[in-house]
Design a protein around this ligand. Structure first.
Ligand SMILES: [Zn+2]
Length: 139
């Protein structure tokens, strides 16, 4: 195998990873981050979830529940500055990550509710703007 082939193989290996391990500042294991196509940002799960150990076809259990409020739009920002009251819109992203795929449950407020898609390969250059998640045992 020549040097060029080895480089290509290394790139493919990195591209196929669908999660990134996150460490605490002291080097201990905090959890994993994955890119959520429904929210177009990364979510993280901690060691409070079970993990099948497969970074290419990860499975986490239980489900991943992200809750918050929607970002305000530029138009809303202008209206708030003009004195209008705009109530916050609740935001929910609720999913199962299984076998390298993400299944969005019906209570998601984003457009991918009810769909199942492959987890995107992790872009390690992308900032890990992670959102807080909690294990959810309702399902
Ligand atoms: Zn999400």
């Amino acid at each position: 195998m020549n040097e060029r082939d080895q480089e290509d193989e290394a790139l493919i290996a990195v591209d196929s990873l669908r999660i990134v391990k996150i460490l605490n500042q002291d080097g201990s294991h905090y959890g994993w981050a994955f890119e959520c196509p429904g929210c177009d940002r990364n979510h993280h799960v901690t060691t409070g979830w079970t993990f099948n150990g497969d970074e290419v076809r990860p499975t986490f259990s239980p489900s991943v529940l992200v809750q918050g409020v929607e970002d305000i739009t530029d138009d809303e920002a202008d209206r708030i500055l003009a004195g209008e009251q705009i109530p916050p819109r609740p935001y929910v992203c609720h999913s199962f990550v299984a076998d390298g795929r993400i299944q969005y449950l019906g209570d998601c407020t984003h457009a991918m509710a009810g769909t199942t898609v492959d987890l995107p390969a992790v872009d390690v250059r992308r900032s890990t703007q992670a959102t807080e998640t909690v294990p959810n045992n309702r399902q």
